[in-house]
Design a protein around this ligand. Structure first.
Ligand code: ADP
Length: 456
């Protein structure tokens, strides 16, 4: 077990901080503190809980700049992206705060009395976050869980704990009770596993790789523990011949290069109808080359480095000598975990067309007709996101319904919003986060019957 995590700036390879890890004994103590804080928190009037969460949102809003700088330092995200991410935390907190007083149950007609339901908080929730969007994904679980009356123990990824630790400070500044929201940095198999196995943790919210997610699911099953999984993806971007091809080509680079492709929703399989294939590729090449990789602090930068040397090796393994590269962008040389935007022309069963790469690499695949497009799109174990470009409204709806994925967009790549449900089919996950049901996912429904019979 490591006692400290070295936090490396992926753009420079400089060590920017060292962070102590959390031992299993410290996890035990944290669960006890969280359980005590949760009781007080859940007993507060809903309006008071909402007010504290709004204050938390306001403190985050007052520190967007410093949070973005930290994200830039530890994750190499371009400043514009990092600023958006910090703003997303504020928005998630406001959205969740708005739900506290709307977490209603129902009243159900029954004989002999009245029947009502309550949405009871679960207790202590563990949020295990990945390194690709450290702030937003931490807040996806944390904000609604707190709003629904739970305590949250957040374990950030090994490489990116700094923004999470800062958010915990802001929570205290905003007046959240001590112990209610704690950040426990550490290694997944040690600190993360201690949280997953702890009987005092009622629910685990995990975002990360499918392999780790499966292990966590098995551990949760042993305790019938509630669980949400947001796992990998291999999402299609389907371009039909009747689409606005210029718009589709202009939007495609962002859909697999944003966040250097380290995005579970990355549209890393570009399916193009054969009759417009050459035209699309002609338009795609300059658009990809114009997506600038470089210093994350430069406002002109579109794409930063990969998170680590290990991640770069993983990405490289998908583009071996002789790989069918159509064209590439440029990336800085020297220090930093840089990797250029890469477009491959492949076949649907190539490893690069089947496995999640989690880097700035897309594979373009031709298709013949709508049925062929749907077949290729669904030829994956994943089912997280997808986009389709067409001017035919009937086709847009037919294909949206036919693609087995949780989040589809038509003539757009936008599919993640705090106000709409998000989650995967198949090996992409279990359960949904965000959207109108976000708070309810952190509650148990309790049914109470009250007799109105006259007592004798
Ligand atoms: P990666 O994308 O680096 O492969 P993982 O899916 O392994 O990421 O990790 C995502 C998050 O899960 C991180 O916070 C990591 O520390 C944590 N984690 C990894 N292994 C375990 C485990 N066995 N139990 C609990 N958490 C884990």
């Amino acid at each position: 077990m490591l006692h400290e995590l070295d936090i490396i700036n992926p753009a420079t390879e400089d060590t920017v901080a060292t962070v102590p890890t959390t031992s299993p004994a410290e996890v035990d103590a944290a669960v006890l503190r969280a359980a005590a804080a949760q009781e007080t928190w859940a007993a507060l009037p809903p309006g008071d809980r909402a007010r504290v969460l709004r204050r938390f949102a306001e403190v985050v809003d007052a520190h967007i700049g410093p949070l973005a700088q930290l994200e830039l330092l530890e994750a190499g995200h371009p400043l514009g992206n990092a600023t958006w991410e910090a703003g997303n935390v504020r928005d998630l907190l406001h959205y969740a705060a708005g739900g506290v007083e709307r977490l209603t149950g129902s009243q159900i007609p029954v004989a002999g009395g009245i029947d009502v339901t309550f949405q009871e908080p679960l207790g202590v929730v563990a949020v295990i976050a990945p390194w690709n969007f450290p702030m937003p994904i931490a807040a996806w679980g944390t904000a609604p869980a707190l709003a629904a009356g739970n305590a949250v123990l957040l374990k950030p990824a090994e490489t990116t704990p700094l923004t999470a630790l800062r958010l915990a400070q802001y929570a205290l500044e905003a007046g959240l009770p001590e112990g209610l929201f704690q950040v426990l940095p550490g290694e997944g198999p040690v600190t993360g596993a201690a949280l997953v196995d702890h009987p005092g943790v009622a629910k685990v919210v995990f975002t990360g790789s499918t392999a780790t997610g499966r292990q966590i699911a098995a551990r949760c099953a042993a305790q019938t523990k509630r669980l949400t999984l947001e796992l990998g993806g291999k999402s299609p971007n389907i371009v039909f011949a009747d689409a606005d091809i210029e718009a589709a080509a202009a939007a495609a680079p962002g859909s697999f290069l944003d966040n250097t492709g380290q995005d579970c929703c990355a549209r890393s399989r570009i399916l193009v109808q054969r009759t417009v294939y050459d035209r699309f590729m002609e338009l795609l090449e300059p658009a990809v080359k114009a997506f600038t990789a470089g210093d994350p602090a430069d406002p002109a930068t579109d794409m930063g480095p990969l998170i680590s040397a290990a991640q770069r090796e993983r990405v490289r393994s998908y583009v071996p000598e002789g790989a069918p590269v159509a064209f590439r962008g440029e990336a800085p040389e020297g220090k930093g975990f840089w990797y250029p935007a890469t477009v491959l022309e492949g076949r649907p069963d190539d490893r690069s067309a089947v496995e999640e790469i989690f880097g700035p690499v897309a594979v373009v695949l031709p298709f013949d007709d709508e049925a062929d497009a749907v077949r290729i799109a669904n030829a994956t174990e994943y089912g997280l996101s997808g986009s389709l470009w067409t001017r035919d409204v009937g086709r847009a709806l037919r294909v949206s319904r036919a693609v087995a994925a949780g989040n589809l967009s038509v003539n757009s790549h936008a599919s993640v919003r705090y106000s709409t449900p998000f989650g995967g089919f198949g090996q992409s996950g279990l359960g949904r986060e965000l959207g109108p049901g976000a708070l309810a996912a952190f509650t148990e429904t309790k049914n109470v019957f009250i007799s109105t019979e006259e007592s004798k």
